[in-house]
Design a protein around this ligand. Sequence first.
Ligand SMILES: NC(=O)c1ccc[n+]([C@@H]2O[C@H](COP(=O)([O-])OP(=O)(O)OC[C@H]3O[C@@H](n4cnc5c(N)ncnc54)[C@H](O)[C@@H]3O)[C@@H](O)[C@H]2O)c1
Ligand SMILES: [Zn+2]
Ligand SMILES: [Zn+2]
Length: 360
Amino acid sequence: MSQTVKGVIARSKGADVEVVDVVVPDPGPGEAVVKIDACGVCHTDLHYREGGINDEFPFLLGHEAAGVVEAIGAGVTEVAVGDFVILNWRAVCGQCRACLKGKPWYCFDTHNAKQKMTLTDGTELSPALGIGAFIEKTLVAAGQCTKVAQADAGAVGLLGCGVMAGFGAAVNTGNVTRGDSVAVIGCGGVGNAAIAGAQVAGATTIIAVDISDEKLEQAKRFGATHTVNSKAVDPVEAVRELTGGFGADVVIEAVGRPETYEQAFYARDLAGTVVLVGVPTPELEVTLPLIEIFGRGGALKSSWYGDCLPSRDFPMLVELYKQGRFDLDAFVTERIGLGDVEAAFAKMHGGNVLRSVVEL
Ligand SMILES: NC(=O)c1ccc[n+]([C@@H]2O[C@H](COP(=O)([O-])OP(=O)(O)OC[C@H]3O[C@@H](n4cnc5c(N)ncnc54)[C@H](O)[C@@H]3O)[C@@H](O)[C@H]2O)c1
Ligand SMILES: [Zn+2]
Ligand SMILES: [Zn+2]
């Protein structure tokens, strides 16, 4: 038997989001219904609302969430009823060419629920990133539930998207290690998580670059050893000066724009690594001298979801959080209700909100 619960949808491009009744089917084979405790408001939810991802309106928004498994479908062995889980948007298949090569974090065939959640008139909803978690209960593929130790859902739910992407950009994609110098361009939720990841990995110089002094002040709390306001000074020169004239071993771009990518490219040491974790819009282009790409060597990488493996990385990061070595609480700027998502979108442009978190 299905159940009807309250959820937040974007009905059409640009329209204010609405709290409506959503019909959630019972879990079928390989599926689970999760009672959501908390879900962060991510920039990607706003992108969906603005029509920037695709046109499959109406969307059920929300995707950075933690909660408790309420019911499981036939054949589910990954999780059990009552498990406290963080939802992930890359449930690996185990069978595609990436998985078979032993690189499941690149999985090209990740799983979502097969059944659809609907409005009461039967209209099918498109869940954001295959999750849809601004809702009392959601239907996902069981593999999208990653069991972790009980902790504050508002804080650890953030591991489901932006915080994992940033942390993993540094630690998994950038392979930051002890003694490294790291520069992070763009210090929002993702960039600050990259800073925290670099600190956990043992980087000794961590340079935060942003155009907002407020953001740079926050970055210190996550482990930045130096800050650079790129509105005031040339960030490439500044990073070189702070690294003995050479550039950083790893530069992480967490904005997703050509000018900041170019800064990342030139702010890195010879044979260093650039990691692009910021997501560009389709029309953006970069032009770089090919001789510089050759002559500087090293690696130019992109980071999808921080190249994470939820089953490996979520429990580890929750453990670091519980030990006080990874300050997830510092990402939570405010706790709000289901009806406050539109207001949270407005605050995203304000400058000092890292994450608004919806609590249910
Ligand atoms: N790769 C992934 O899997 C993944 C996952 C989640 C988010 N993202 C992307 O990461 C990016 C950052 O997300 P967020 O949630 O941290 O966003 P955010 O809006 O919270 O932060 C962006 C930061 O960049 C700064 N900034 C803007 N223009 C700048 C410039 N020219 N130079 C320096 N700093 C500048 C802003 O002041 C802000 O602090 C977005 O593009 C988002 O879509 C990627
Ligand atoms: Zn796969
Ligand atoms: Zn997100």
